[in-house]
Design a protein around this ligand. Structure first.
Ligand SMILES: *Cc1c(COP(=O)(O)O)cnc(C)c1O
Length: 230
C-alpha cells in the first residue's frame, strides 16, 4: 500500500514539475513523508521504499518514534513549536519548518549554541492571515528574516506556508504564486549567512498545485499513509 501510494505521489510530483511556468521545471522537489499519528513500522516501510525525508509535528511523538527507528532519514519538524521545547527540537530535527516568531528563533539559537550545532530553519508565513494558523504576516516577514539572519547558530534556508483548506483546491493557486514571488525576492536579498533555497508548501490535497507554482519541498501524509487515526 505505502509503496504504491508513494509511486503515485512521486509520479504526480514529476507531472506537476513539468507543468511549471514561472519556476524551473528542472529543479527537483523534495518529498517529506509526514508520519505524524502513524506507527514506527509505517515509517520503516516508507524508508525501505526509498523515502529519504520524514516529517513530524510533535516533539514527544517524534522523540519516541525516532528512538525506535534503526534506519534514519532526514528529519523535518513541520508543526508549531513552543519555546519551552526548543531544546528538544534542535537535538531531534535536521530542518525546522515552523519558526514563526523572532523570540522562538532566539531561543532556538541559544539551544543550538549549547550543543554546538547550526540549526537549519525555515520561517513560516501566514499569507492568508488565518487566525487559526501560526506564521508571520507578510509585512513582518523581512524584519523577522533579518533578525534570524543575525543569529549565528541558525541557518535560514527558506520559507514555509500552510494554505487554507478551500473547497475548490484551485482557489489556492494565487496564494502559492504569491509565495513563490516572495521566495524569489527573498533569495535575492544580500543576506549575511542565510542560504535561501527552500520553499516548503503543499500537502495531500494541494501539493500538485504547489509544485506547479514552484514549491521545492512538499509535505505529504495522507496520500502516502492513508487517513490518520486520532
Ligand atoms: C499534517 C501536516 C501535513 C500533511 O498533511 P496531509 O494532508 O496528511 O498530507 C503537512 N504539513 C503540515 C504542517 C502538517 O501539519
Amino acid at each position: 500500500m505505502i509503496e504504491e501510494n508513494l509511486r503515485v505521489v512521486l509520479r504526480s510530483i514529476e507531472e506537476s514539475r513539468a507543468k511549471r511556468k514561472l519556476a524551473d521545471p528542472k529543479e527537483p522537489v523534495r518529498l517529506v513523508a509526514v508520519t505524524k499519528n502513524h506507527e514506527v513500522h509505517e515509517m520503516r516501510e516508507a524508508i525501505a521504499c526509498g523515502v529519504t525525508d520524514i516529517g513530524e509535528n510533535r516533539i514527544q511523538e517524534a522523540r519516541e518514534k525516532f528512538a525506535a527507528l534503526e534506519r534514519d532519514a532526514v528529519r523535518h519538524l513541520i508543526g508549531h513549536l513552543q519555546k519551552n521545547k526548543a531544546k528538544y527540537a534542535v537535538s531531534l530535527f535536521d530542518l525546522i519548518h515552523s519558526v514563526d516568531t523572532t523570540e522562538l528563533a532566539q531561543v532556538l539559537d541559544k539551544e543550538a549554541a549549547k550543543i554546538g550545532k547550526v540549526q537549519d530553519v525555515l520561517v513560516q508565513v501566514n499569507l492568508a492571515r488565518e487566525a487559526t494558523k501560526s506564521g508571520v504576516y507578510e509585512e513582518e516577514l523581512q524584519p523577522m528574516l533579518e533578525a534570524v539572519d543575525n543569529l549565528l547558530h541558525l541557518r535560514l534556508c527558506g520559507l514555509m506556508c500552510i494554505a487554507p483548506n478551500y473547497e475548490n483546491v484551485e482557489d489556492v493557486r494565487p496564494l502559492f504564486r504569491r509565495m513563490y514571488e516572495i521566495f524569489q525576492r527573498t533569495k535575492e536579498f544580500p543576506w549575511k549567512t542565510a542560504n535561501i533555497i527552500y520553499l516548503s508548501m503543499g500537502m495531500t490535497h494541494d501539493y500538485r498545485i504547489a509544485v506547479e507554482e514552484g514549491a521545492n519541498i512538499v509535505r505529504v501524509g495522507t496520500a502516502i499513509f492513508g487517513p490518520r487515526q486520532y
